[in-house]
Design a protein around this ligand. Sequence first.
Ligand SMILES: Cc1cc2nc3c(=O)[nH]c(=O)nc-3n(C[C@H](O)[C@H](O)[C@H](O)COP(=O)(O)O)c2cc1C
Length: 356
Amino acid sequence: MSPRWLDQVTSLARERLPEPVFRYVEEGARDEVTLHEATAAWRSIRLAPYVLRDVREVDISCTLLGDDFRLPVGIAPMTLQRAADPDGEIAMARAAAATGVPLVVSSNAGSTFADIAATGVTWWLQVYVAVDRSSTEPLLRKAIADGASGIVLTADTPVLGTRYRLPDEPPVWEVAEPGWVGVNAPESIGLTPADRLKAMDLGPADVGWLVEATSLPVVVKGVLRPDDARTCVDAGASAVWVSNHGGRQLDRVVATAHCVAPVRAAVGDDAQVYVDGGVRSGLDVLTASALGADAVFVGRPLFHALAAGGQEGVTRALEELASELVESLRLAGCSSLAATAGIASPDRGFGPPTRP
Ligand SMILES: Cc1cc2nc3c(=O)[nH]c(=O)nc-3n(C[C@H](O)[C@H](O)[C@H](O)COP(=O)(O)O)c2cc1C
């Protein structure tokens, strides 16, 4: 058995989580083609390390949206965390604060923004924009009041992608206890269901509106195409987040590992580039950095680490990623994240550094 904690958390979570919750976390859209390609795509990329470089000191720190972090790894927004641990997002936030990484809080979280902020974590709010734009405003106001340092607009969900369930399996929402989700948006209860539906007409103007309405840096999550990335930046985004929603939306979309370099080339130095989807090791983090990502975000493994070991379980997972990243950087002859530019090539040819 692998000695890695990250290789153990999924089976531990399977034992501890209610079956519909475990399946909800694990599942992908339709035939799960994209879901199953995610980690393999990171592993398909080959590295050409440097030698004769001083790697006694290795710096894995980074600055994201103006804040400094200990490592270029963040916690992706995920709902239902209180199904994994009674403290849910609070336990996740304490682990993020202890490790020095950002926490992205789902708009459908089960803990209040105030309680999350009280842990001292640096946190960003993930939002879906509703048909009635103004219905998103109370959530934004609350996040600003409780110290959010960024807004993440999820742009890949005009509708929920279909995921298949076993014939006799209840939807996860039927087993969810009251208070596990949606505690930060009670004001939206007065809206009609149609007003609360996710907008299907999101456009660049919505990015500009979020920047203006919050005065916070805005990140657009769910970008795969370089032309879309450029549009986001031109509309005012501070960062683009390469994501296919963990393979949970449109199936058969390209693996995120293969999108980082083209997106970085499209945005140049005008914005930061983040990526998620199938990132499972420090070597994956090194690969993402080498392709041009400023940070990676991790979803399912950290949900499972929360179920497997609460706050300590998440801290252990993040520390494992940190030490694996340090080892990988040393072996790659890189003393910093910036030094990784050009050591990875998606097409296996190696030339001069590709990062601008
Ligand atoms: C249980 C679960 C809940 C999620 N909830 C949200 C959400 O509320 N908002 C969002 O933008 N993405 C959500 N996502 C997608 C993640 O933020 C992220 O894009 C994805 O999980 C990354 O892939 P990984 O799980 O392979 O690391 C969710 C993913 C999972 C597994």
